[in-house]
Design a protein around this ligand. Structure first.
Ligand SMILES: O=c1ccn([C@@H]2O[C@H](COP(=O)(O)O)[C@@H](O)[C@H]2O)c(=O)[nH]1
Length: 271
């Protein structure tokens, strides 16, 4: 999916919501456990009920690979189920020496057909570029993450006397363009999102951390929105675990709709 197609989805749905699929076998409603593939049934019902409000889905690979070979099969089925016009993100946080990165990219872009993958920048340009060589696919590079530990490295000034995340933003813009490179920027980072926006005015940001991690959607929009929205705001647990009962999918729909309504207001205010 191209950047303009993504923006057009955002305009059509009046939403920049990414629904995070983090299906934990110990947290899904117990009535699903008797199904042949409980995790698939869970994701299927969540997708059916939230697709009206979502412009992206982000399966977190850990929740699938923890289940072994069956989990990988489930992930492939879930990816195929996501409607064609909705952007897909493999939240895999990969990155390795070039020939290995190439096969990670093949796994998620060819063997499966994800639109994008999250990548860690720590190993540098040659670990990221194999992902960027795939046509019509996206790298979503970790820049300023939502967890407390992001302060351990990302906020520390480096030899350029800038916080490391700023150097990541600066250097990586030479590797890709706003047409194939996005950044992960945590919603928990408040006005620092404005600093990231200054450093990367045109790129889309994938923003996790609203909902369960307490980040503010209105702050994210205030500091992060650009002229093509430039934001995909993710909520996982806040949506998919809104209820642990048989009504879980309807409850997820309600939470997704709440966020979409708030997003409509923010798009009207800032776009
Ligand atoms: O900085 C980051 C990068 C990735 N994540 C992932 O996003 C979701 C957030 O889940 P919530 O339940 O909405 O908190 C999850 O898959 C994380 O692994 C992140 O939180 N922060």
């Amino acid at each position: 999916m191209t950047r303009s197609e993504l923006f057009s989805q955002i305009q059509q749905k009046s939403s920049f919501l990414c629904v995070g699929l983090d299906p934990d076998i110990n947290k899904i409603p117990t009535h699903l456990l008797k199904e042949e593939d409980p995790i698939f049934s869970f994701c299927q019902q969540i997708i059916e009920e939230t697709a009206d409000f979502a412009v992206a889905y982000k399966p977190n690979i850990a929740f699938f690979e923890a289940l072994g070979a069956k989990g990988w099969e489930t992930l492939a089925k879930v990816e195929e189920l996501i409607p064609e016009d909705i952007f897909t993100i493999a939240d895999a946080k990969r990155g390795d020496i070039g020939n290995t990165s190439k096969l990670y990219a093949k796994a998620f872009f060819e063997t499966m057909n994800f639109d994008s993958i999250t990548v860690a920048p720590y190993m540098g340009g040659d670990s990221v570029s194999p992902f960027l060589e795939f046509q019509d696919k996206w790298v979503i590079l970790l820049a300023l993450t939502s967890n407390a530990g992001s302060a351990d490295f990302q906020l520390i000034p480096d030899a350029n006397e800038k916080p490391l995340y700023q150097t990541v933003l600066e250097k990586s813009q030479k590797w890709g363009s706003p047409e194939n490179l996005m950044y992960v920027v945590g919603a928990t980072r408040g006005e620092l999102i404005g600093e990231v926006r200054k450093a990367a005015p045109e790129h889309f940001f994938l923003v996790p951390g609203v909902g369960a991690q307490g980040g503010s959607l209105s702050e994210v929009a205030k500091y992060g929105m650009n002229s093509t929205c430039g934001l995909l705001v993710n909520s996982s647990r806040g949506i998919i675990y809104a209820s642990a009962e048989k009504d879980f999918a309807k409850a997820a729909r309600k939470e997704a709709q709440k966020l979409q309504i708030e997003m409509t207001g923010l798009l009207e205010k800032y776009l």
